[in-house]
Structure formats: C-alpha cells, structure tokens
Design a protein around this ligand. Structure first.
Ligand code: TYC
Length: 128
C-alpha cells in the first residue's frame, strides 16, 4: 500500500515503512526565511590623506606656486592662495587623496624643491 499525501507508505504485509521520513517532513516549518542576497555589497571607503604644504624661509614664493600648479593641477589663483596661507600660518592643506596618491604627490613635490636646492616640504597625514 502506498498513499501519497497521507503519512503512510506500507509494504505488502501492511507494515508501514518510511514513517520516520514522513514524521520528519511533517516537522518541517511551512515557511523558511532565507537571508536576501545584498544587491549592494558593503564596501569600505578608503581613508583619505591630506597633503600639507609647510612654510620655510628660503624657497621663493613663485617656485612654491609653480610646484602647486604642476603637481596639484591648481590655477594660478588657487596656488597663490595656498602658498600665502602656508607662508602666513606655517602650513596649508593642499588637497586630499588616497594614502598612496597623497604620499606619491608629496614626495614628488618635495623632490622638485630639493632638485633646486630648496628645503620645500610637503607632508601627509590621515584625515580624521
Ligand atoms: N616663506 C617663503 C618666502 O618668504 C615662501 C614660502 C611659502 C615657502 C610657502 C614655503 O610652503 C611655503 N620666500
């Protein structure tokens, strides 16, 4: 005897078989909650690092402006403002980049000063 839908499957002698299986099936919850696959996976934004221009008493103003324009793609006006801010206050934030880019640009800009014999310094630090 086999009755699909009822919880009995019996062999020829009427002895039920698979009864454990049907008990197991009956115990299954009617609804199963499956966590939804994220459509927008979580991605960490890379921390940004500031490039900072440091004042000194020797590098000519016009040279600082030239480096800012060349390495940081600033306009004459922007570069003048950043240079004069560092000159008056000691330091000025030039721009923010990912760590690698900030360090590369700070090194290249400082190297440009050193190549001319100037102590011009660009440093980096992580943004809060
Ligand atoms: N203080 C320099 C001067 O008077 C000019 C200068 C400005 C140098 C900014 C560096 O980061 C600097 N010649």
């Amino acid at each position: 005897m086999v009755s699909i839908g009822a919880a009995t499957v019996a062999c020829a002698e009427g002895r039920p078989i698979f009864s454990g299986y049907f008990d197991w099936l009956a115990a299954m919850p009617e609804t199963v909650t499956v966590p939804r696959t994220r459509l927008r996976p979580k991605t960490e934004r890379p921390k940004l690092h500031k490039v900072i221009l440091v004042n000194d008493d020797y590098t000519p103003r016009e040279f600082v402006v030239t480096v800012l324009k060349g390495e940081f793609h600033m306009s004459e006006d922007q570069a003048q403002r950043v240079m004069i801010t560092a000159h008056r206050r000691g330091v000025c934030v030039v721009a923010v980049f990912t760590k690698d880019v900030a360090e590369t640009k700070a090194t290249r800009a400082s190297d440009a000063g050193r190549a001319k014999g100037y102590p011009l310094q660009f440093t980096t630090e992580p943004e809060e």
